[in-house]
Design a protein around this ligand. Structure first.
Ligand SMILES: Nc1ncnc2c1ncn2[C@@H]1O[C@H](COP(=O)(O)OP(=O)(O)OP(=O)(O)O)[C@@H](O)[C@H]1O
Ligand SMILES: [Mg+2]
Length: 385
């Protein structure tokens, strides 16, 4: 297994920059997810690491060795694509054997059936069989080895594609949205299987997904890429609880984070939607800030008990919880608050309610959203706003 170093990689297509000086250190044995909106260059970066695409600038190292001059086959990384290309006319067994035969057998041995009977080829085939059977057992696909891909379910096909990558014992796995073709239930199952597999193999995984829930549950660390740059790299908990940039805060977390613009008054407190609130922010008087909070970090109260008030516009039933969408006068988008089913059952669409924020849980950013501002303790004991 091996570490992967991505240093200052830049890449554009037809003069349009896609990746701008992207740097990443993926440790040996680490599971690192790459997340970001569609089109931000995730697949492009993976293809550059695999050697399927040339970078315009920067360098790639695998296992501490520069691979920029090496063709894909020599880089010894296994790429698993979203649409796992299996050979339809070959059995599962032969699909898994293909990369091994490709690598080990001479063209003569591969091309002519008879040549496979030669002692050297037979010894190698026996080796492949042991490898394929052990991998199939690990993935729970032993019973499927003689089937053709068309006779498999989506999840089974996905496991075969993984098997195809694993038998080669690559230095690292590069996975490009490998679960996006599966239905929700199967995705949960295969997701858990991939995590377990990674732990068992102790392998280095670079895993691309635009499903942030997938990234949160599987990764040691997550790198958030947007507009061609790495905005933040950290543990799932760091990117969720401690986002460095408002774009990261907006991207990570479902339902999305709430954001209210504010202006700091002469006492250091921000005015949100025209209402002064009871906490200070570390920004000078007159400066504009963006105050963000997660749907479970706010409370709905009586309209008489809060300065921020609004009406219930929509209720989204998640089963155990309800997401309340509040329309606040002056706010660009509804504020989402998560409530228990019991609490929400008392409420009706159109009710006028108050919104209480927990000052300890607020994330305050500068006006551009690109810098996180530290936060003072609340100046009053009474809950803010
Ligand atoms: N060979 C190519 N020629 C021209 N433009 C390309 C090429 N490959 C990718 N692009 C463009 O580069 C950008 C990044 O593409 P990429 O496939 O890396 O995005 P992505 O982050 O993987 O998106 P998604 O989440 O939709 O898979 C896109 O705007 C895409 O249209
Ligand atoms: Mg992609």
């Amino acid at each position: 297994m091996a570490s992967i170093t991505v240093r200052d990689i830049s890449k554009g297509f037809s003069g349009q920059p896609i990746l701008r000086n992207v740097s990443l250190d993926i440790r040996d044995g680490e599971f690192l997810s790459l997340v970001g909106p569609s089109g931000c260059g995730k697949s492009t970066l993976l293809r550059i690491i695999a050697g399927l695409e040339d970078q315009d600038g920067g360098a790639i190292e695998i296992g501490g060795r520069s691979v920029d001059a090496e063709r894909p086959g020599r880089r010894d990384v296994a790429m698993v694509f979203q649409s796992y290309a299996l050979y339809p006319h070959l059995s599962v067994y032969d699909n898994m054997a293909a990369p091994l035969r490709q690598r080990s057998l001479t063209q003569l041995q591969r091309g002519f059936g008879l040549a496979r009977l030669l002692p050297e080829a037979r010894r190698k085939e026996a080796e492949f069989r042991r490898e394929i059977e052990a991998t199939a057992a690990m993935l729970g696909i032993t019973a499927l080895l003689q089937r053709k891909p068309a006779q498999l379910s989506g999840g089974q096909r996905q496991r075969v594609a993984l098997g195809h990558a694993i038998v080669r014992h690559p230095k690292a796995f590069l996975m490009d949205e490998p679960l996006s073709n599966l239905d929700a239930k199967l995705r949960d199952t295969v997701r858990a299987e991939i995590s377990a597999l990674q732990r068992r193999l102790g392998a280095t995984f670079l895993y691309v997904t635009h499903d942030q829930a997938e990234a949160m549950t599987m990764s040691d660390r997550i790198a958030v890429i947007m507009e061609g740059r790495v905005l933040q790299i950290g543990t799932p908990s760091e990117v969720y609880h401690d986002p460095a940039d408002l774009r990261v805060a907006r991207f990570i977390g479902s339902p999305r984070i709430n954001v209210l613009p504010g202006e700091v008054d002469s006492t250091g407190r921000p005015t949100l939607l025209g209402h002064a609130v009871d906490f200070k922010v570390p920004s000078s008087a007159g400066s504009r800030v963006q105050v963000a909070f997660r749907p479970h970090d706010a409370l709905i109260c009586s309209a008489d008990d809060a300065r921020l008030t609004g009406t219930i516009q929509h209720m989204e039933n998640l089963g155990s919880d309800i997401l309340m969408h509040l329309a606040l006068p002056g706010a660009d988008e509804p504020i989402i608050v998560r409530e228990s089913y019991e609490t929400a059952a008392r409420r009706r669409l159109g009710d006028k309610v108050g919104l209480k924020l927990d000052p300890q849980k607020l994330l305050v950013f500068d006006e551009a959203g690109s810098a996180r501002l530290g936060q003072d303790a609340p100046v009053k004991t009474k809950a803010a706003s």
